[in-house]
Design a protein around this ligand. Structure first.
Ligand SMILES: [Zn+2]
Length: 294
């Protein structure tokens, strides 16, 4: 395993962070606006989110760079600011983390589909390389490739991240199939493990798609297939519409009740995805603390 990850996990499983998009929306980001652009436009509000997670006990926080690739930024007239948006994202999380948490930079999907012929493999590879290099130059401690559905896109992102020399965590979303254990493209955890480790991932994981109950078995399968600690970020239960707003049906305590089962299943890094807040992370950290044997 990469020495940074070895060091991070030396005292047992750690808490990561929760959702960013919904936290930014609470601070005034309009639905449909570009969250990543706020790294340049409203850095103090982005920093509030990062700071809230560190205060809640996150030992690793991500960066507000999930969509900071040239394809998504181009839709917001920011195609020429890729490096700036990514570098600002790392700086913001770094200020919030100080020496209390590591900063792992987020890389999400580009929103363009290889399979559909929207884009060539070379263009996609170049886009991920540009983002990963900017994140590494800005001083990220690691890179998390997340919310991937297409294994071909995930492989390109992981390879670009690996080229920086930073530790790479590769996460796909398994939310399809009768047992909700496949990506939208039909990829299983075992297939993902084989492809992504070959592409240079140091750890595997899964995020988003469904509630935490469904992650225990996925975690176990990723752990068995990869023989490494697994990164898990589940949603806060199932989304419901209430008063025109998306809300999730699980409380922080209900969410954190699954932490021991995830640790048993091989989770090393546990946080939350859609619907989770600093309260969920505090509950996760609390469970990890009481389960600590070292
Ligand atoms: Zn999510």
């Amino acid at each position: 395993m990469h020495p940074t990850l070895q060091q991070l996990l030396s005292d047992g499983p750690v808490a990561t962070d929760g959702a960013w998009g919904t936290q930014l929306q609470q601070r005034g980001l309009p639905v449909g606006a570009c969250p990543d652009a706020w790294n340049l436009q409203k850095p103090e509000l982005v920093e509030q989110v990062a700071t809230a997670y560190v205060a809640a006990g996150s030992q690793v926080i991500l960066t507000n760079t999930f969509g900071a690739n040239r394809f998504i930024l181009a839709r917001h007239d920011l195609a020429d600011r890729v490096a700036d948006v990514n570098k600002a994202g790392v700086s913001i999380s770094r200020r919030a983390a100080a020496d209390r948490a590591l900063v792992f930079a987020s890389i999400g999907p580009t929103g363009v589909m290889l399979m559909m012929g929207d884009v060539s493999e070379d263009d996609l590879r170049a886009a991920f390389a540009q983002q990963a290099q900017a994140l590494a130059e800005a001083g990220a401690d690691g890179i998390v490739v997340e919310t991937m559905s297409d294994p071909a896109e995930a492989v390109l992102a992981v390879a670009a991240a690996h080229d920086t020399g930073l530790p790479v965590v590769a996460c796909m979303t398994f939310d399809s199939g009768a047992k909700l254990d496949r990506t939208m493209m039909g990829t299983t955890p075992e297939q993902a493990a084989e492809l992504l480790i070959a592409a240079g991932a140091h750890c595997l994981g899964s995020n988003c798609g469904h509630g935490i109950a469904g992650f225990v078995e996925i975690c176990r399968r990723l752990h068995v297939a990869s023989k490494r600690p697994v990164w898990i970020k589940a949603n806060a239960g199932l989304p419901e519409m209430r008063d025109g707003k998306t809300v999730y049906d699980q409380t922080p305590e209900q969410f954190a009740a699954y932490v021991p089962a995830l640790v048993d299943a091989g989770a090393g890094m546990i946080g939350g995805c859609c619907g989770t807040t600093p309260e969920y992370i505090a509950a996760v950290r609390g469970k990890l603390r009481c389960g600590a044997t070292r």
